[in-house]
Design a protein around this ligand. Structure first.
Ligand SMILES: [Zn+2]
Length: 261
């Protein structure tokens, strides 16, 4: 394959994954070998730092990458920060921090962790594989988990990135989207499931998070995506709770909060 085409594909992939990585790749193009890698990493680090400084002028702020204590959210994995996927509009981050404070009040010491949020810049630039995370107004939260003995796991999820550890309805219960045909982003990741550690869902904390958000305690209007059987099994109801449909990603491994349509 011609070199130019390979570089084009690499730059496109980095742009899709990180928004800014493709630019760093292009900046390194005049170099070869070790120098190429060094220039790429330096350019990416410079763009990463510049984005953190510049994003607020464009209406988005970075969700913290490391633990900030129980009253503020932080990303579950530093990977979200490294890939520029941790940007949200300030009111959305404020709401997430209000949730963290509530969780700390209800279960002292609890850490509320976020997953994919949005890229730092541009409206309508989707954060794949999430089609809707394109404007800083959407934020995913990790569920809460305990170890096999039932002790709450501080700031950790069942899977390393927080996604794909599905809380499927028990066999025999109604399975959402059974029989769906055609293209769908509803991945089941069946091969991954047996590899995940035995960490049961912390049901009291996860239910409290859902309940607090579904009650609209700040009077703000928004939607929450969660699988209906899971919300029902946690005893949570509310107009905010929606089902994302059978063509979108499952929401029985994380919670999706969305301020605007
Ligand atoms: Zn989401």
């Amino acid at each position: 394959m011609p070199r130019l085409l390979l570089h084009g594909m690499a730059a496109a992939l980095l742009t899709v994954l990180t928004q800014l990585g493709g630019l760093a790749w292009l900046a390194a193009l005049p170099f070869r070998g070790f120098r190429f890698l060094a220039v790429f990493l330096l350019a990416y680090a410079a763009l990463w730092g510049a984005a953190r400084l510049a994003a607020p002028a464009f209406g988005r702020v970075a969700i913290p990458c490391t633990d900030q204590g129980p009253e503020r959210v932080a990303e579950l994995s530093p990977l979200y920060c490294a890939l520029n996927r941790n940007y949200a509009a300030p009111p959305l981050l404020d709401h997430a921090n209000a949730l963290a404070r509530h969780m700390h009040a209800a279960f002292p010491g609890t850490r509320t962790r976020t997953l994919d949020a949005g890229f730092p810049f541009l409206e309508g630039f989707p954060l794949l594989p999430h089609l809707s995370h394109d404007d800083g107004e959407k934020l995913d939260f990790a569920f809460f988990y305990s170890d096999a003995a039932g002790n709450y796991l501080l700031g950790r999820a069942r899977s390393p990135l927080g996604y794909f550890a599905f809380e499927a309805p028990p066999p025999g219960a109604a399975q959402p989207c059974d029989g769906t045909t055609g293209p769908t982003l509803r991945w089941n990741m069946a091969a991954l499931q047996p590899l995940l550690p035995d960490r049961p869902l912390d049901r009291p904390r996860t239910a409290e998070m859902l309940r607090w958000l579904a009650a609209h305690p700040t009077g703000r209007d928004y939607k929450l995506f969660v699988e209906p059987p899971l919300a029902a099994s946690l005893g949570v109801r509310g107009d905010a709770l929606r089902f994302q449909g059978c063509r979108a990603a499952r929401h029985d491994d994380h919670l999706h909060l969305q301020f605007h349509p």
